[in-house]
Design a protein around this ligand. Structure first.
Ligand SMILES: [Zn+2]
Ligand SMILES: [Zn+2]
Length: 276
């Protein structure tokens, strides 16, 4: 929803509350659903897809839940600040609601592709900067407390990192017009993939990371390795910047195949057991 009420206290309260509410209702239920599915309800069905052998301890998961709330508040703060700055005419974001504008669907698709490329580039370089040894322990170390992440670790950020994670949208919206539903799809897609990459489970097939096309797309194993080995595998959606900059872990492809192999071995063992 785009509010149009002004800068009165009541209006700002409404805008701020709406932003907090929307961030919370789309994060916790989805992360919680994935967590319940993989770690509780269907644990035995999904165990063969688990990347790391061990399951994380409950205290780490509680911390992920609490710290994600900080991120949701920061994201809401960014959205509310953008609303205020627009009303004060300090900035002019180019969000639009008329689907006929800018050439219709073809521009909507183009804007979605552009924001994906922009987000990937922003994330990769901001992530690398946060791994610099002089700042790592002050900010990004919070996210890396999850060595064995769950879907709820997706937004487990220090508040300064949360600002970096959310603010990339602002410069983009100052330059490129975005149809509001496309903006919502982008933010939901980004959140959902983030949850998958932190899920601790890998569902992509054998040979994915060595296929000439699919190797450019990131896997859950890629980010899981980042959480166990730290200084490498920095990318988000794509394996573009990591390949170009030589920051993929050398053992990435091998580690991925081991995860897939473990899945197949598990299945064969189960099939043999059912025959007997
Ligand atoms: Zn990191
Ligand atoms: Zn992570």
């Amino acid at each position: 929803m785009m509010f149009n009420c002004g800068l009165e206290f009541d209006c700002l309260l409404k805008v701020g509350s709406y932003n907090i509410f929307m961030n919370i209702v789309r994060y916790y239920p989805f992360a919680g659903l994935l967590f319940a599915l993989f770690y509780m309800w269907k644990k035995s069905d999904f165990v063969r897809f688990k990347i790391q052998e061990k399951y994380p301890n409950i205290d780490k998961i509680k911390k992920e839940i609490i710290q994600s709330f900080v991120t949701l508040i920061v994201f809401s703060g960014i959205a509310t600040t953008v609303y205020i700055l627009n009303k004060l005419n300090v900035i002019h974001t180019k969000m639009y609601r008329d689907p006929e504008l800018y050439g219709g669907v073809s521009y909507m698709i183009l804007s979605f592709i552009l924001i994906t490329i922009w987000h990937e580039t922003w994330f990769y370089w901001a992530h690398r900067i946060m791994h610099h040894k002089k700042i790592y322990s002050y900010v990004h170390a919070v996210h890396h407390q999850s060595v064995n992440p769950t879907p709820i670790a997706a937004y487990n950020f220090h508040w300064i990192e949360a600002i970096f994670e959310g603010i990339y949208l602002v410069p983009f919206l100052l330059v490129f017009p975005m149809y509001y539903p496309v903006f919502l799809i982008h933010t939901f897609y980004a959140m959902f993939l983030n949850m998958y990459f932190h899920s601790g489970f890998e569902f992509y097939p054998k040979g994915f990371t060595t296929n000439s096309i699919f190797k450019w797309i990131n896997t859950s194993t890629h980010h899981n390795l980042h959480h166990t080995k730290f200084n490498g595998n920095y990318g988000l959606y794509f394996n573009f910047w990591d390949r170009v900059m030589g920051t993929n872990f050398k053992q990435y492809e091998e580690a991925y195949e081991k995860v897939v192999q473990k899945r197949d071995t598990f299945q064969q063992t189960e099939e043999l057991a059912s025959i007997r």
